[in-house]
Write a protein that binds this ligand. Structure first.
Ligand code: HEC
Length: 169
């Protein structure tokens, strides 16, 4: 029993490794493709994507279930630290957005936002985006960063935006 478990995890690990290697190889090959003039902003976004470690690039969902607790945490932190730029609803229209050259991301523009998957959003929150002007929130715990990603996806789903329950303690 135990032995087969170990063996299975080993095989899984090998598969992940093989996949990651192929994926990063394939990724490295594009880039200089066609000579179309690409929107510099898009270029900056893809350049940033390339900096994100492959483990995060290939994630399809957050590892933290977006239950009520996670979403409440995410929402509270978002209003406190992110809304000033990204806006309360995530439309990129917070008060600080006005003076910025590169406007903060509008998370409700799903097509644009989908360039970064959940793992990439998580990484960007902790590391910042460099030239596009998103600060690094390295003081936030890893859990809080996942709660924030969960919250961003909730904003995108446009869930019935339950009356803003402001709970100040
Ligand atoms: C000083 C303003 C500012 C603050 C504060 C800020 N951001 Fe950003 N954010 C930006 C800018 C500018 C970008 C780059 C927009 C782009 O590339 O389209 C960005 C991009 C992002 C992205 C990647 C784009 C996407 O659609 O996935 C994520 C995720 C993100 N921010 C999350 C957050 C979270 C969570 C917080 C709060 C902890 C936060 N940001 C606080 C300005 C800010």
């Amino acid at each position: 029993m135990k032995k087969s478990y170990i063996c299975c995890s080993f095989v899984c690990l090998m598969m992940i490794f093989a996949f990651a290697t192929t994926a990063s190889f394939a990724n490295g090959k594009k880039g200089h493709d066609h000579g179309h003039s690409v929107d510099p902003h898009m270029q900056a976004m893809y350049a940033l994507k390339d900096k994100v470690p492959m483990d995060y690039q290939i994630m399809e969902r957050t590892p933290i279930i977006p239950d009520q607790e996670s979403l409440q945490n995410g929402s509270a932190i978002f209003q406190r630290q992110c809304a000033v730029c990204h806006g309360e609803q995530g439309r990129g229209d917070g008060p600080a957005a006005k003076g910025m050259n590169q406007k903060p991301a509008n998370f409700l523009d799903r097509e644009h936002s989908a360039i970064y998957g959940p793992g990439e959003k998580f990484w960007i929150i902790g590391n910042g985006s460099g030239e596009t002007g998103m600060p690094a929130f390295s003081d936030l715990s890893l859990m809080d960063r996942w709660h924030l990603v969960n919250h961003i996806y909730l904003l995108q789903e446009g869930e019935p935006d339950k009356e803003k329950h402001e709970h100040h303690h």
